[in-house]
Design a protein around this ligand. Structure first.
Ligand code: RP5
Length: 162
């Protein structure tokens, strides 16, 4: 059994600079995770084995990031009953709009909770995962409330020239 609540998977090493924002956010909230490279088209057997075994490994939520023809989140969701949050990684050719549409336009029946393109999406996927886990963890709920309070406190009343 995995010790981690969240699996962060991504299609390529090149997705890590984006997906690291999910990992960093989970770190801040004290949420356990594992990050793995699982490509739908380069390592389809690894994707199948991961998705089929994720629940038995003990994961509760999967965050899946991919770019371009980004079928990793949808394919993973089709192979597991765990909730899957998809992060469209910014692609070179189409700035991530291809990734976004590939992930968000799932036909009815197999949902992927799709976040924004890039850093914002990766960060919010982690916050959303934490919010779900907080339903059964007062420690994570407290960490989430602190995270929000700190961001509220950081907003100045007036703009500065500095
Ligand atoms: C997708 O292809 C990955 O998710 C990545 O965003 C994109 C490009 O991959 P690399 O060619 O950089 O490995 O599978």
């Amino acid at each position: 059994m995995a010790q981690a609540d969240v699996a962060i998977i991504m299609g390529s090493q090149s997705d890590w600079p984006t997906m690291k924002h999910a990992a960093d956010t989970l770190d801040q909230l004290g949420v356990s995770y594992e990050a793995r490279i699982v490509s739908a088209h380069r390592t389809p057997d690894r994707m199948y084995d991961f998705a089929k075994g994720a629940k038995d490994e003990g994961f509760k939520i999967i965050i899946a990031g991919a770019g371009g023809a980004a079928h990793l989140p949808g394919m993973t969701a089709s192979l597991t009953s765990l909730p899957v949050f998809g992060v469209p990684v910014e692609s070179k050719a189409l700035s991530g709009e291809d990734s976004l549409l590939s992930i968000v336009q799932m036909p009815a029946g197999i949902p992927v909770g799709t976040l924004a393109i890039g850093k914002a999406g990766a960060t919010n996927a982690a916050l959303l995962a934490a919010a779900v886990l907080a339903l059964q963890s007062s420690a994570i709920e407290t960490a989430l409330n602190k995270f929000r309070a700190e961001r509220t406190a950081a907003v100045a009343e007036t703009p500065s020239d500095d």
